[in-house]
Design a protein around this ligand. Structure first.
Ligand code: HAM
Length: 430
């Protein structure tokens, strides 16, 4: 017998797992709607070209791509942002700005499967198109925080680490990094936390061709861990001061929202994707045990590249895999036992037609109802009622049929009541 198992990095969602996934998506949708985002979706398969160049080498290496039967080079979507850019771009001129859209796609990346990283995941995407000002960045980050708060998480559980690629760019140019090598530097410093200083210095020399002085200067920039340190060091420097002022406005906005405890300035946040142009952020668990829960930022050039509609945009992606681990660790996952309103019991096979009629009536009235698909003893049927977490069992025997009543038993107390058969379907379930 072949022993089939799922592919590495792909999940089976048994009912308990699916109940958790549904809970996560319900909260995502609820908060997105509260913030005025509208839901959309796109195709799970896209032309590979949509991702090449725009998303950058990290994602392109991870594409599930193949030639389809029409010899098109296609990819399962590894992220939603290029699809969003294409869709919004195509109709942008007719749409009221800012456009606030959300989606919850399943995404596919051929990654090395490990804790917090799989080959498929679901991702909440929130995006705002058509607003270049920092007010949109504040709104997006506030929404991300409130999504996590809606799960019961607090500032003792997670932190949003925020930077700005414009500020980083100004700092790196000041450190004599040539403009055309900025992206390569971003990709190297993005790993700063996971690699030693020495190996980063070596890579800046070997892969970017930076001299010793520029390398030291770049590393010194990342030595400034808090906002005040960067402001003191560079606030008066031409070309950097205005970037620092914008960052300040961002933090002031989040403070006014009452969310200052959730955010921290961190120049080390660069983001792996190529298209980001402004404020970038990632959300981590406070303990730093897990990978990023969420990442996002401003990508003002992508719509122009994908669709020719030159509109500023920003957005975020929050994955279900790390979030689920964090919620499980904090005991914040809901009970996933299914609940049944009624289990209907036939005392003898003769009552079966009455059982079926009543089951159908109750279901029509919106109750969740189950019963034995073949006749069983009453004891066995009542055991099933308990096992299925039924609130009430309804028992129908020959005497009840003769009297036109049923016995309604409350499962927790064992209390029983005789109710007219015609009245039971309108009874409220407590
Ligand atoms: P990303 O940083 O690649 O951004 O992914 C966002 C989040 O999705 C991550 O922080 C992580 O929680 C989750 N995630 C990513 N890859 C995996 C994986 N292989 N397994 C499990 N979870 C994963 C983006 O995708 C951007 N498109 C987000 C965005 C939207 N930017 C602007 N708009």
């Amino acid at each position: 017998m072949p022993n089939f198992v799922s592919l590495p990095g792909f999940r089976d969602f048994y009912p308990g797992d699916l109940a958790v996934r549904k809970h996560i998506m319900t909260v995502w949708r609820e908060v997105a709607c509260r913030y005025g985002f509208e839901e959309y979706d796109g195709p799970p398969l896209e032309p590979t070209e949509l991702y090449v160049e725009k998303s950058g080498p990290e994602i392109v290496q991870q594409l599930y791509n193949f030639a389809d039967k029409g010899d098109r080079d296609v990819s399962l979507r590894p992220e939603m942002t290029p699809t969003l850019a294409r869709m919004v771009g195509a109709r942008a001129s007719a749409m009221r700005k800012p456009i606030k859209w959300f989606s919850m796609p399943q995404l596919f990346r051929y990654e090395r499967a490990q804790r917090g990283r799989l080959r498929e995941h679901f991702q909440l995407n929130l995006d705002i198109v058509g607003e270049a000002g920092v007010g949109a960045d504040i709104e997006l980050i506030a929404a991300a925080i409130d999504v996590l708060r809606a799960f019961g998480l607090t500032s003792t559980d997670f932190v949003v680490r925020i930077s700005d690629r414009r500020l980083l760019r100004a700092l790196l140019l000041h450190a004599q990094v040539p403009e055309d090598r900025l992206i390569r530097v971003y990709n190297i410093v993005d790993k700063l936390e996971r690699e030693s200083r020495e190996s980063v210095a070596e890579r800046l020399g070997e892969e970017v061709g930076l001299g010793e002085a520029a390398t030291d200067e770049v590393l010194a920039i990342f030595g400034h861990r808090d906002f005040e340190a960067v402001r003191n060091a560079y606030g008066g420097t031409h070309g950097i001061g205005e970037e620092i002022a914008r960052m300040r406005e961002l933090f002031e906005g989040l403070e006014a929202f009452g969310l200052a405890d959730y955010v921290r300035f961190d120049l080390g946040i660069v983001r792996g994707l190529a298209y980001y142009t402004g404020v970038v952020f990632e959300i981590f668990d406070i303990q730093g045990e897990l990978r990023a829960i969420c990442g996002g930022g401003r990508y003002d050039d992508l719509l122009g590249l994908v669709s020719g509609s030159d509109l500023p945009a920003l957005g975020l992606g929050m994955g279900d895999v790390v979030l689920r681990e964090l919620l499980a660790g904090r005991g914040l996952l809901p009970a996933t036992d299914r609940l049944l309103d009624y289990y209907v019991v036939a005392v003898t096979p003769d009552e079966r037609p009455d059982v079926l009629r009543l089951v159908h009536c109750l279901r029509e009235a919106g109750h969740s109802v189950d019963y034995a698909l073949r006749h069983q003893g009453v004891g066995k049927q009542l055991k099933s009622a308990s096992a299925l977490n039924a609130t009430r069992a309804i028992i129908i025997g020959p005497d009840e049929v003769a009297d036109g009543v049923v016995v309604v038993r409350t499962m927790t107390s064992g209390e029983e009541e005789r109710v007219p058969m015609d009245g039971v379907a309108v009874t409220e379930v407590g």
